[in-house]
Design a protein around this ligand. Structure first.
Ligand code: IVH
Length: 683
C-alpha cells in the first residue's frame, strides 16, 4: 500500500488504476455499511481520508475518472426544470384494505382465480411511507432514475438519485442477477425519523418553514432542481420490486429481493416474511404494527404479495393496481380532541412556540395531550383557537400536530389566538425579526431561555453530562445557582445534595459526571455553546478547518465563509456570538474551571483550510507561482493546472484568463490573493 500524498511513486498505469479501483471498492463498501446496514466500521475521519485520497488521484489522472466513482455523486449544475421520463412498464399503485374481512376476501379471490384450495404463499412486507422511484441499470451501471409520476410518465431525477449513498452507482456481480443487461428497480425513497428531526431543527434555526413529516421532506428533497441540496438531505432507499429484467429471471418475490440485495441494492428483508394463508399474514401484520413506533423510519401498513412471480403474471392487473397484491393499512395516527388552552413556551434562542394543551386522547396507541402549533402563521393559516375541536396527527416520536379544525363544532364566543408581544416568562418585548416566522424574546438572561441553553449544553450530543436532567436544570436555574453554562463547573457538592430528589450519592455521581465532561472534543464543545445556526455538522466543519473554538472566535465573517458549507448567515451568527463580552467571559470561566476541549482531527497546527483541497491560479499574483505552490502543498493541498469540478479554489490575480469564466460556470469558489494568503496561513 502506498503512503499518502506520494502519487508520483505510482510507477505504472496499472498501479494507478489498481489503487483507484481499490479505493472505490473500499468507499462503496463503507457506504453500504453506513447507509444500508447502519453498521459503520470506520470513523468519519477515516472515511474522509479514503475519499480525499481518491479525489487526489482523480485530480492527477482525470482521464481515469469513471462515472460510477463515489466522487461523482454530486455533480452538474442546477436544472431549470425536470425532464420527463417514461416507464417501460407502468408503475402500479396498490389498493388499500383496512379490515380482516377484506383480507379474507382478497385471499379467497386469489385462490379462486388460481384454482388453489390450500393456503397460498404470500410475502408480507412493511409499507414504507416515502416516494416511489424507478432506477434503471444498464450493463450494471445506474443510467437513469425517475419518479412514479402518473405511473406511465414521471420526472427524471437521475442527478438527485445519484447523490443517495444507499444507492450503488454500479452493481456488484453477485447472485442470480449478476450481469443483467437491463434491470429496472422499483422502490421507495424515504428519510429516517432522526434525519428528518435534525433537518427540521436546522430549518427552524435558520427561520425556514419545517416539513410536516418525513414523507413530505423526502418528496421535497427528491424534487430539488439543485442536486447539491438533495445531497445534504440524507435520503435512503429500499427496493420492493422490479420493472423489466433482461438477462436473468427469478421465480418468487422473495428470491427477487434476495437477488437485489446481492447486487448491493438495499431491500428490506429484515421485516419481510413468507406467510402461508391469512392467519399467518395476520401474525406478521400485528408484529409490524407493534414494531411501528420503534422502527427508524415510518411505515403505514403492510404490503401483501403473492410470492410466485408466475402466479402474479397469471393474476394480472385490474385498472391501475395488481390483483396479486394489496396494502393492508394500519390504524391511522390521527384522532379528534378539544384544545383546552394554548400555552406559549420559550426556546433556547428565545423563539416563542405556541403549544396546544388538549383533552388527552389515544392516537395510534399513545396517549397525547399536547400538540405543537409552530408559529403565528401556522395558527392563522389553520385558524386554530382555544376551545376548538381539532384533528391531530402523530408521526413517530415527533410532537403531535394539529391537522385541521372541525369548525362546525366551534363555540360562538371564540376568538383568534395571538402570540403575545411580550415574553410570557420574563416580560420583555418579543419581536418578529425580518424574514423569520417566529417571534423571539431578545433578553439573553431570560430564565426560560437560560434553562433551554443549559439543557442544550449538557445534552448527549453536547457536553454529555449524565444525571443532569431537565428537572434538575430547572431547579438550578430557579434557585439562582446557575446563571450560565460555566456555573455548572463551580457547583458545590453540599448544595447539590440538598436539592429536591437529590442525595449525597447522586450528588457525588453528578460531580463526577461534570468532571468527566471537561475532556470534550472541540466540535462538541463548539456545538454545546448553542450559537444560533451552529448545529453539530456546522460545528464539526468549523473545527475541522480551524482546530479550536478559540481560533474560530478570532475569525472574521469572510474568513469563516471560506470553509465549504459555511454560508454568510452562519458566519455572521458565529462572529456575533463571540463579539458578545458575556459569552467570551463565560467561555473563559469554562476554561478556568478545567474544561479543555481537544480535537481528534490531529493537532491544531496541522489543521489547515487548504488540507486536501485543489487550488488553481489564474492571472498574475505578487509572489512567484512556485512559492504559491509550496504554500499550498505545505498546507496539505495540491495545485491543479486547469479548473474542473474538483477544483476547490480558484485564486485570481491581475488580468485573469479564461479559467475565471470556467470557475464561475462550474460554481467553483473564487478567491483573491489576499484571501488565499489567509487560507494558507490559517492553522
Ligand atoms: S409494491 C404493484 N411494496 O406504495 C406493486 N409498494 O400504492 C406496487 N410502497 O407506489 C408497489 N412500500 O411507492 C410495494 N413494500 C412495498 C411498498 C410499496 C411502499 C408504496 C409504493 C407504491 C405505493 C402503492
Amino acid at each position: 500500500m502506498m503512503s499518502k500524498g506520494k502519487e508520483s511513486e505510482l510507477a505504472s498505469t496499472e498501479e494507478i488504476l489498481a489503487e483507484m479501483e481499490r479505493l472505490k471498492k473500499l468507499i462503496r463498501y463503507h457506504d453500504h455499511l453506513y447507509y444500508v446496514l447502519d453498521n459503520p466500521e470506520i470513523s468519519d475521519r477515516e472515511y474522509d481520508r479514503l475519499f480525499k485520497r481518491l479525489e487526489q488521484l482523480e485530480n492527477e489522472y482525470p482521464q481515469f475518472v469513471t462515472a460510477d466513482s463515489p466522487t461523482q455523486r454530486v455533480g452538474g449544475t442546477a436544472l431549470e426544470k425536470f425532464e420527463q421520463i417514461a416507464h417501460a412498464t407502468p408503475m402500479l399503485s396498490l389498493s388499500n384494505i383496512f379490515e380482516f374481512q377484506e383480507l379474507t376476501d382478497f385471499d379467497s379471490r386469489i385462490r379462486k382465480l388460481l384454482g388453489i384450495p390450500g393456503p397460498v404463499p404470500y410475502v408480507v412486507e412493511p409499507k414504507l411511507d416515502g416516494v416511489a422511484v424507478e432506477l434503471i441499470y444498464q450493463e450494471n451501471l445506474l443510467i437513469s432514475a425517475g419518479t412514479r409520476g402518473d405511473g406511465t410518465v414521471g420526472e427524471d431525477v437521475t442527478a438527485n438519485i445519484r447523490t443517495i449513498r444507499a444507492i450503488p452507482l454500479s452493481l456488484r456481480s453477485h447472485g442470480p442477477f449478476a450481469r443483467t443487461s437491463l434491470l429496472e428497480i422499483r422502490g421507495e425513497i424515504f428519510m429516517l425519523r432522526s434525519d428528518f428531526d435534525s433537518l427540521n431543527r436546522d430549518r427552524d434555526d435558520a427561520g425556514l418553514p419545517s416539513f410536516a413529516n418525513p414523507r413530505n421532506a423526502a418528496a421535497g428533497s427528491i424534487r430539488q432542481l439543485d442536486p447539491t441540496v438533495t445531497a445534504q438531505r440524507r435520503l435512503r432507499f429500499l427496493a420492493h420490486g422490479v420493472g423489466r429484467i433482461e438477462g436473468a429471471s427469478a421465480k418468487t418475490q422473495l428470491e427477487l429481493l434476495h437477488g437485489l440485495n446481492e447486487l448491493g441494492i438495499p431491500a428490506n428483508l429484515e421485516h419481510t416474511k413468507l406467510c402461508h394463508g391469512v392467519n399467518d399474514i395476520m401474525i406478521h401484520y400485528n408484529t409490524l404494527n407493534q414494531l411501528r413506533d420503534q422502527l427508524p423510519f415510518e411505515i403505514d401498513g403492510s404490503v401483501i404479495k403473492v410470492n410466485s412471480l408466475d402466479w402474479q403474471t397469471e393474476l394480472g392487473t385490474k385498472s391501475r393496481s395488481p390483483r396479486w397484491a394489496v396494502a393492508y393499512k394500519f390504524e391511522p395516527m390521527q384522532a379528534q380532541t378539544r384544545i383546552l388552552r394554548i400555552e406559549v413556551g420559550v426556546g433556547r434562542t428565545g423563539t416563542l412556540t405556541p403549544v396546544a394543551i388538549m383533552e388527552p386522547v389515544q392516537v395510534g396507541g399513545v396517549k397525547v395531550s399536547r400538540a405543537t402549533l409552530h408559529n403565528q402563521d401556522e395558527i392563522d393559516r389553520k385558524d386554530i383557537r382555544e376551545g376548538d375541536v381539532v384533528v391531530i396527527q402523530r408521526a413517530g416520536d415527533v410532537i403531535p400536530e394539529v391537522v385541521r379544525v372541525r369548525s362546525e363544532f366551534r363555540v360562538s364566543n371564540s376568538h383568534p389566538f395571538k402570540i403575545p408581544d411580550h415574553c410570557p416568562v420574563c416580560g420583555s418585548e418579543a419581536v418578529r425579526l425580518q424574514g423569520q416566522a417566529a417571534k423571539r424574546c431578545l433578553n439573553s438572561s431570560c430564565p426560560a431561555r437560560l434553562k433551554e441553553t443549559i439543557k442544550h449544553f449538557v445534552s448527549r450530543d453536547a457536553m454529555d453530562i449524565e444525571g443532569l436532567g431537565d428537572k434538575l436544570v430547572e431547579q438550578l436555574v430557579d434557585k439562582g445557582l446557575v446563571h450560565d453554562p460555566a456555573d455548572i463547573y463551580y457547583l458545590d457538592i453540599d448544595i447539590l445534595a440538598s436539592l429536591d430528589r437529590m442525595a449525597r450519592k447522586s450528588a457525588t455521581n453528578l460531580i463526577n459526571a461534570i468532571d468527566r465532561s471537561k475532556k470534550v472534543s472541540s466540535d462538541r464543545f463548539l456545538f454545546s455553546l448553542g450559537i444560533p445556526l451552529v448545529g453539530a455538522t456546522v460545528a464539526r466543519l468549523l473545527i475541522q478547518s480551524f482546530g479550536s473554538a478559540n481560533t474560530i472566535s478570532k475569525k472574521k465573517a469572510d474568513e469563516l465563509t471560506l470553509v465549504p458549507g459555511i454560508g454568510p448567515e452562519v458566519a455572521q451568527s458565529v462572529v456575533q456570538f463571540f463579539a458578545e463580552p458575556t459569552n467570551v467571559k463565560m467561555i473563559e470561566r469554562l476554561f478556568y474551571a478545567g474544561v479543555s476541549p481537544t480535537t481528534d482531527f490531529g493537532p491544531a497546527s496541522t489543521a489547515s483550510l487548504l488540507k486536501g483541497t485543489t487550488v488553481v491560479f489564474t492571472g498574475s499574483i505578487s509572489i512567484p507561482r512556485s512559492d504559491a505552490k509550496r504554500m499550498v502543498e505545505a498546507a496539505g493541498g495540491s495545485v491543479g493546472s486547469s479548473v474542473s469540478r474538483k477544483t476547490d479554489f480558484l485564486v485570481v490575480g491581475e488580468d485573469p484568463g479564461s479559467k475565471l469564466q470556467k470557475a464561475r460556470e462550474l460554481g467553483v469558489k473564487v478567491i483573491s490573493e489576499e484571501e488565499f494568503k489567509t487560507l494558507a496561513s490559517v492553522s
